[in-house]
Design a protein around this ligand. Structure first.
Ligand SMILES: Nc1ncnc2c1ncn2[C@@H]1O[C@H](COP(=O)(O)OP(=O)(O)OP(=O)(O)O)[C@@H](O)[C@H]1O
Ligand SMILES: Nc1ncnc2c1ncn2[C@@H]1O[C@H](COP(=O)(O)OP(=O)(O)OP(=O)(O)O)[C@@H](O)[C@H]1O
Ligand SMILES: [Mg+2]
Ligand SMILES: [Mg+2]
Lengths: 226, 226
């Protein structure tokens, strides 16, 4: 499904360069469930953004379903992203003066699914425990509630791939467990799942862990049977 | 130093009310080191914002050094905030097209301290491990780096009270431990510290834990000697 070969990402900062990714290669099958771990600044969000078609590598290849995504135009990249990928951003990226329900409806505007948009959004918010927060605007929600709106928005159009960047960083253990159960249900239904996390407890819910260090992969192993 | 008596916070949402705080009372001595825990939406950020003079209670009293802060004007409240409180926001609140160093210098513009502003900002960024990221703008930093800039900004003018709302939510365990060591040094020097966290490991570094549930305090106990 996903294949990265020798992917690098370099930022030019005037006098010096930042090598966010220094040659990353791995492949992911449909239906896989991965955790991505590593220190702050090691390149996790960068590799997630490339996989989610939000960014392009500086060098290397990204094959999605065998298609070289690096060769596509911005418009084609955006179309793939809207139709196939659900992204939970590390900093949520909700529309500010917009309600929880409107934020979650947004992906359905770009990539419609059968059924009523408002009802789909409501169900996604109920699934993350926010059934009583539908009409709150983004700035009228707690940090963990905003994080859960971002999760609901990523799942509402039933994408085939979900990329979740630190989805439980602002959640207490009980709410975090609820999200893990939700992710397990989605994976059981065939959705491919990548979760960036710094918490080993969260990573242990996945079936495979990729660990980054200074822009390189230093570990890539299957989690013991559970 | 800090005394809250029967503090409530209610949001009017048209047809219904949200009771974010339902009568919270506790007191804190100078030099104390507290963790504040509780489920998502239980009122932690709300009570922190009131203590940091960023918000006012709907009812009840907030005494800071014996002075009833609820009676002050917005201008007086802002002055106390700038001079006495360092706040690490749950969503960082960095200025977007501004470098790490400029963001950290900002509190020193409003409440100058002796010495060179740029040098103080640089030292605070080195203390959180970002000595090589001074010139990166906020959007050129990883999530955990942004979080650490927010921490550096909160400590740079050596406030007497630091309120940190989920300061390690985006940090790997190693970076999180570094921040806990920094907080311990600050507390050793006499600074009063309140840390909101959902991670027990982080809470165990404090000397007292206050647990919120549905806008009320349900636990308030000293951590066993360590
Ligand atoms: N401006 C607002 N208008 C209406 N409701 C609000 C507003 N701000 C916060 N709330 C509600 O008040 C409750 C408490 O919010 P608060 O931010 O204090 O929670 P919290 O304990 O910090 O949660 P988290 O762990 O998710 O950050 C939440 O349920 C939230 O929806
Ligand atoms: N636009 C940019 N310009 C320059 N450097 C950048 C830019 N974006 C990211 N970086 C740098 O690239 C490195 C990797 O960033 P990335 O966001 O992938 O890290 P991360 O592993 O997600 O970290 P965290 O756990 O803190 O979120 C960081 O050191 C960061 O400073
Ligand atoms: Mg990141
Ligand atoms: Mg909060």
């Amino acid at each position: 499904l996903i294949e990265l070969r020798d992917v690098t990402k370099t930022y030019e900062m005037g006098k010096h360069e930042v090598h966010a990714l220094r040659g990353v290669s791995f492949s992911i099958e449909q239906g896989d469930y991965l955790a991505v771990m590593g220190p702050s600044g090691s390149g996790k969000s960068t590799v997630m953004n490339i996989m989610g078609c939000l960014d392009r590598p500086s060098e290397g290849t990204y094959l999605l379903d065998g298609q070289d995504v690096t060769k596509l135009s911005d418009v084609e990249l955006a179309r793939i992203r809207n139709q196939r990928v659900g992204f939970v951003f590390q900093t949520f990226n909700l529309l500010p003066r917009t309600t929880a329900q409107e934020n979650v409806e947004l992906p359905l505007v770009y990539s419609p699914r059968p059924g009523n948009r408002r009802e789909r959004a409501r169900k996604a918010l109920v699934a993350v425990g926010l059934g009583d927060r539908l009409t709150h605007k983004s700035n009228e929600l707690s940090g963990g509630e905003q994080q859960r709106v971002a999760i609901a928005r990523a799942i509402v159009n039933e994408p085939s791939i979900i990329l979740a960047d630190e989805p439980t960083g602002n959640l207490d253990s009980k709410a975090g467990i609820e999200i893990m159960k939700l992710f397990q249900r989605l994976n059981d239904s065939g959705i491919t799942l990548l979760v960036v996390t710094h918490e080993q407890f969260i990573a242990n819910h996945s079936r495979r862990i990729i660990r980054l260090y200074d822009g390189k992969i230093v570990e890539d192993f299957r989690v013991a049977d559970r």
